[in-house]
Structure formats: C-alpha cells, structure tokens
Ligand binder design. Structure first.
Ligand code: AMP
Ligand code: MN
Ligand code: MN
Length: 348
C-alpha cells in the first residue's frame, strides 16, 4: 500500500460525500458560456477513452455546449476505438482550450501521464480528477479516486447518476468498453457482483456485447497476427525469477512494427498472448517507444504486486497490471525488473 500523497486522498479510501458534492457543484455551477475540457492518459486505452467520451456525452445531454476531449501525443485514436460514440468531441491536443473553465481528467494516476496537457490543470478554473489507481498521486483540485472501482468508468457513472443524467445506449457503449477493457472481459479479480450489476444496467440500454467485444478484442490486421507470431516466438521464460514464481517476457521494436506495416497500438494486446504462460506468475512486454525508450507492461497472476515494481521504476498502475517507461537496452530494462521482483512478493 502506498503512503497517502500530501494533501491527497488517503490510500485505499474512495470518494467521500464531500468529494461527490464538490464534483457535482463544479459541473452544475458552470455558466452557459463555460468551456469544459476532458483529458485522459497518454496512449489511451478503452477505459481512458470510454470513460472520457461517455462522460462527455452525459455533459452534452446536460446542455454543456463548449466541450472538447483530448489526450496527449499524436491525435490518432487506436482503430478498435474509432467507432466510439462521442468521438466527435475529440480534438488534437494543440487545439484544446488553453485555459478551460473546468478540466476533467480520466484514468490518469499521475500528472506524468498527461504529457503536454499537464499545463491545463494549472490554467483551468477547476480541475476534477476521476480515477481508480491506488497509486494516484492526488494531483488536481477535486478528487474522485476510488481504488476499489474496477474502472474509471465506474466513477464516471457514479457522477453521471448524481448529476441526473439518464443512461442511453451511446453513453452505455462507451462505459461498457471501459468496463470490459479494464476487467479483461470480466475475468479479473476486480469483477465483483457490483461490476456485473453495472454491466447489466449498461446492457439494458440495448447495446450489443458480442459486437463490442469483437471490435475491441477480437479484430486485428493480418500483419499484426504475423507480428504477434514473431514476437511471441522470441519470448523468454525465467522460472527462477521472482523467487521461483517465474517471469516470462518479450519485446517488440519499432523496426518490428515497420516490417509488418503496423501502428504501435496493435502491441497493446500483446501482453495477453504472453501472460497465459502457466510457468510464470509475472509477464512482461517491452515495447520500443523511442531510440532508447520503452513502454513496459507488467502483469501478475497474484504472487507479485507489479505496481510496486512499476513504481520503483518510475511508473504506476494496479497490483496485478502496471507499467512504466524504461530507458536503455531491452536487457537493461528487463534486468531492472528482475532486480525489483523479489521485493514485490505478496504475502502468501
Ligand atoms: P498497460 O500495460 O499499458 O495496459 O498498463 C497497465 C496499467 O499500468 C494501467 O493501469 C496503466 O495506467 C498503468 N501504467 C502503464 N504505464 C504506466 C506509466 N508509464 N506510468 C504510470 N502508470 C502506467
Ligand atoms: Mn487506462
Ligand atoms: Mn483504468
């Protein structure tokens, strides 16, 4: 468990009634001319985009007219999420209001996940943060951070409900994408009875879970299928790592992507083809993001708190799914992980 950030919420506690009331007041108190900017973390995933766009549609239903959504980095939305309702709210980060009246941040555990958009937090009249990472640093003004929520979309729906927004199929599609992504299609530990009740509410709007799952999990270009074959084929198993719980890892370079004519986002699904390894509790994919820069994904089956490994190396995340940015060679990055693993074992 991380220490509470100074001035931030105590670790482990969800939003209080005061936090919810402050968030509701921040939205309800907006004048008709207010400019509202929604932002989410870099390399946005289903939860970042789904909770942001679903909430944006809710704000639109409430009559907010000057409304934008954006994320740091190149403006291309990963193909599996391009159909999301509310995508017309998206603008490139350079076109986002420089000094919005209200900024709302989704699914980012720290300011470092906001790239160049971090200045909007300072320049905005009010900064509201919706998140579910235990490692959340307590940045921003109003915090709706619930480490027990399976996805940020759970927090987003909590706020939409309190604002009196009626759930419709468009909002539900966005929130369902977010919920099913972060629960690994309702397979992970975070899949509580409340998660299924929430999913039932979303499905009751008439959205199609089969079609949504096919689009976001089960569709990829043939080039990506071949690329995965190559990258999975070079995976290494280290049974002795993590005090004998085992580590499996692989890497993908920008050259690998270029050879198969694939965009970087296709590698996001790669961890799922590696973490099934029975002989390893911990799995890892090291994805090249710059000349000597790597985006690292870590997963655990329960013996290791990988968020501790990620935080020790400058990143963050959840107990069983975390990440960080590594520098140097692949071998140097993996060696740092190996070194951190024994200190991140969970009590049995
Ligand atoms: P990923 O492996 O990219 O799917 O990320 C798994 C989890 O780790 C997510 O909850 C991310 O928010 C978190 N995460 C990934 N990369 C970083 C990073 N560089 N810094 C902080 N958290 C990260
Ligand atoms: Mn995310
Ligand atoms: Mn999330």
């Amino acid at each position: 468990m991380t220490a509470p950030a100074a001035g931030g919420p105590p670790a482990g506690a969800g939003p209080t009634d005061t936090d919810w009331a402050a968030a509701v007041a921040a939205v309800r108190g907006l004048p008709a001319t207010a400019r509202v900017l929604l932002i989410c973390h870099v390399n946005p995933d289903g939860d970042a985009l789904g909770s942001m766009l679903g909430f944006g549609l809710g704000l639109r239903r409430l009559g907010v007219r000057q409304l934008q959504a954006t994320f740091p980095g190149p403006p291309e939305v990963p193909e599996p999420f391009r159909w999301l309702p509310g995508s017309d709210l998206l603008v490139p980060q350079d076109d986002a209001y420089p000094d919005p009246d209200l900024v709302i941040c989704f699914d980012a555990a720290s300011e470092s996940r906001l790239g160049d958009l971090v200045d909007r937090l300072d320049k905005a009249g009010t900064a509201l943060v919706l998140d579910h990472h235990a490692s959340n640093t307590g940045f921003g003004g109003i915090h709706l951070v619930d480490p027990h929520a399976a996805a940020t979309s759970v927090v987003a729906l909590g706020l939409l409900d309190r604002l009196g927004v009626t759930l419709d199929a468009e909002i539900a599609a966005c929130l369902y994408v977010a919920l099913s992504t972060d629960t690994g299609s309702f397979r992970f530990e975070a899949t509580t009875p409340a998660v299924h009740e929430l999913a039932a509410r979303l499905l009751a709007t008439g959205i199609s879970p089969g079609e949504i799952s096919r689009r976001i999990f089960d569709t990829r270009p043939f080039g990506a299928v071949r690329l995965f074959g190559e990258v999975v084929g070079r995976a290494r198993l280290e049974p002795a790592a993590a005090a004998g719980h085992g580590l499996v890892w692989t890497y993908a370079t920008r050259e690998d992507l270029a050879r198969h004519h694939q965009p970087a986002y296709v590698l996001e699904a790669l961890i799922d083809s590696v973490r099934c390894t029975a002989e390893a509790d911990v799995s890892c994919v090291v994805k090249q993001s710059g000349d000597a820069e790597w985006a690292v994904s870590l997963r655990s089956k329960g013996a290791v708190d990988v968020s501790r490994v990620a935080m020790a190396l400058g990143g963050g995340g959840h107990r069983f799914a975390a990440g960080f940015t590594g520098w140097g060679t692949v071998d140097e990055v993996v060696e740092r992980i190996r070194t951190e693993l024994p200190g991140a074992l969970l009590p049995t």
